[in-house]
Design a protein around this ligand. Structure first.
Ligand code: PMP
Length: 307
């Protein structure tokens, strides 16, 4: 590997820059002080495998590390190389690759600027959705657990520790018989996002999604949907999304790398219409984009060589 990086193939499918793996005493394990990304690979229409928007995910990973003050010696080119290598070694075209930066020292410290961080990559199988296997519409509730305030945690950073908030909201929602929960921005009380995905509503053939000034992750799938919606000639508004907007929504859907695009079937006891023409249109464009059938941006697809 470049730059003298030692890579190590773990007991599962993972790779770790550090031969020792991750100690249990690592601050990343003990305190959630790590940053990560989830990147999907798809079998493309040409029969090759390609990672979808890997370059953008790795830009976000480096930005997350910068925000948290994590010191490391990795750059974008090296990260891309390692992620491609992990997907290539995994060998299955449809998979989910999760690179992260983790503290390697077993020190009892949360001073991230003085801990060493290593790159770890885990890969899971993740079959592409087909119309037959696509998950049914999500039954949502509105969580009493708000997103962390931007005064407590920068929402642009995708850090392990913040997922405890998502886990609280998700667990309570599932315990109450729902699939997932919407979480509110703590200051405005508006809709921010779902526990691991961004949110869109549709009214009069127009898409609305919460703006990034509220407390939500700047999802890469969210950005893909916005780009595709423009190409399809749909109007799109990034702005405040209030609880009242949910009442008048004709369609609603969630976006995320792992879950892709999923329609929302209901919010608490309000069922949304079963027909969702705008979702269907965008979903078809999305499937075409991830498999390379629809050409949108050259750098959205990173080829994965077959080993
Ligand atoms: N919000 C949260 C809290 C998430 O965990 C995710 C999944 N990464 C998203 C939104 C969607 O982001 P992306 O489309 O980049 O996967």
């Amino acid at each position: 590997p470049p730059s003298g990086l030692t890579t190590w193939r773990g007991p599962h499918t993972g790779r770790c820059q550090d031969r020792r793996g991750l100690p249990f005493g690592s601050s990343s394990v003990q305190h959630g002080t790590a940053v990560f990304e989830g990147i999907r690979a798809y079998a493309s229409c040409t029969g090759e495998t390609a990672l979808f928007r890997a370059e953008d995910h790795l830009t976000r990973l480096l930005e997350s590390a910068r925000i948290l003050g994590i010191r490391h010696d990795l750059d974008h080119a090296l990260l891309l190389d390692e992620v491609v290598r992990a997907a290539s070694e995994y060998g299955e075209p449809n998979c989910y690759v999760r690179p992260g930066l983790f503290a390697t020292d077993p020190y009892l410290s949360i001073d991230l600027g003085r801990l060493s961080f290593t790159l770890g990559i885990e890969v899971w199988p993740m079959p592409a959705h087909t119309p037959e296997t696509a998950p049914p519409g999500a039954r949502l509730t509105v969580s009493p657990w708000h997103r962390p305030s931007p005064l407590s945690f920068p929402p642009r950073a995708k850090a392990v520790g913040t997922y405890v908030t998502s886990a609280l909201a998700k667990t309570a929602a599932v315990d109450a018989g729902f699939d997932d929960a919407l979480q509110l921005d703590p200051h405005s009380g508006r809709i921010a996002e779902a526990t691991t995905s961004n949110v869109f509503i549709v009214r009069d053939w127009t898409l609305f999604t919460p703006w990034l000034t509220d407390s939500l992750l700047a999802g890469i799938t969210r950005d893909t949907v916005i780009t595709l919606a423009h190409e399809l000639g749909l109007a799109i508004h990034e702005g405040p999304v209030d609880m009242e907007d949910l009442e008048s929504a004709e369609e609603m859907f969630l976006t995320g790398t792992a879950s892709e695009l999923q329609p929302v079937a209901s919010i608490d006891d309000r069922a949304l219409p079963k027909e969702h023409p705008v979702f269907d249109m965008i979903s078809a464009a999305f499937q075409a984009a991830v498999t390379g059938t629809r050409f949108t941006r050259q750098r959205w697809l990173t080829p994965v060589p077959t080993s």
